[in-house]
Design a protein. Structure first.
Length: 264
């Protein structure tokens, strides 16, 4: 399992014209990527499908990126102790080989960060732990100017990427491309994923399908937004059966390409 995704030649898919924008999710057979956490206000990956083998692959994809896209919600969850982990690549011994691999490839020690946010409600304390990285916030032209100024005063680079208060997929990726980013790993939730798919700028999806049926009426699935017309048709690039996780139930590791992607 180790190096399964690290051996994907993502660097060969990148050129000056179009950065590679890719994402990753784990889902149950009935389409749940997140459920309510007991005693917490936020949703998270259910324990029944989360597993160390999938987490390793998540880190391998992060190791190949020069930028992570996340959401302001992550920082709010981190500030309240509800975030799953710090933003990858992980700093514990399990991922030492990935940190070494990055340096051997001439990459920085950690990927930079881009935050999609309409509200610009990003706790200062949560941002502080990422001072060693370059942090960008992508928002709309009508976002609160006082909050934009406050973030800039903290050393955050704030960019308008679309009208209204929300960042839009195409303008956001153009901003990041112009800043020199070429391998962009999307680790945000269903709203940001939907924004990028709708704009036609997502090019690859890694999807772990855990062999569990979870049920539940309050849940997150891959996307959150209005119906997509026409419906995107990603093409299966590879499929690997992992017989041992979670708890010997097995999981499928799928990789899809979006050939109809419009680019940024």
């Amino acid at each position: 399992m180790a190096r399964l995704y690290l051996d994907h030649p993502l660097h060969r898919l990148v050129d000056d014209a179009t950065p590679l924008v890719y994402s990753n999710f784990i889902t149950s057979l009935d389409g749940r990527i997140a459920l309510p956490r007991p005693g917490q206000a936020s949703h998270g990956v259910p324990a029944a499908i989360g597993n160390a083998r999938d987490w390793r692959l998540y880190q391998e994809l992060a190791a190949q990126s020069d930028l992570l896209i996340t959401s302001a919600r992550y920082f709010r969850q981190f500030a309240t102790g509800e975030a799953q982990d710090t933003l990858p690549v992980g700093n514990d011994e399990r991922f030492a080989d990935l940190r070494t691999w990055r340096l051997d490839q001439g990459l920085s020690a950690q990927p930079d960060i881009a935050v999609f946010s309409a509200s610009l409600d990003i706790p200062h304390a949560a941002l502080n732990i990422y001072r060693a990285r370059r942090v960008h916030v992508l928002t709309g032209t009508d976002a609160d100017p006082a909050r934009m100024a406050a973030l800039r005063a903290q050393g955050v680079e704030v960019h308008a990427a679309g009208g209204g208060t929300n960042a839009e997929g195409g303008p956001a990726i153009r901003v990041l491309q112009n800043l020199g980013y070429r391998r962009i790993y999307v680790i945000a939730g269903p709203s940001v994923f939907y924004t990028l798919v709708r704009a036609g700028v997502l090019q690859r999806l890694y999807l772990t399908l855990a062999h569990r049926i979870l049920g539940g009426e309050d849940f997150d699935s891959l996307t959150w937004g209005s119906e997509l017309h026409p419906a995107p048709q990603p093409r299966l690039r590879s499929l690997f059966y992992d017989a041992y996780a979670p708890d010997d139930a097995g999981q499928l590791l799928a990789c899809y390409d979006f050939p109809e992607s419009a680019g940024p």
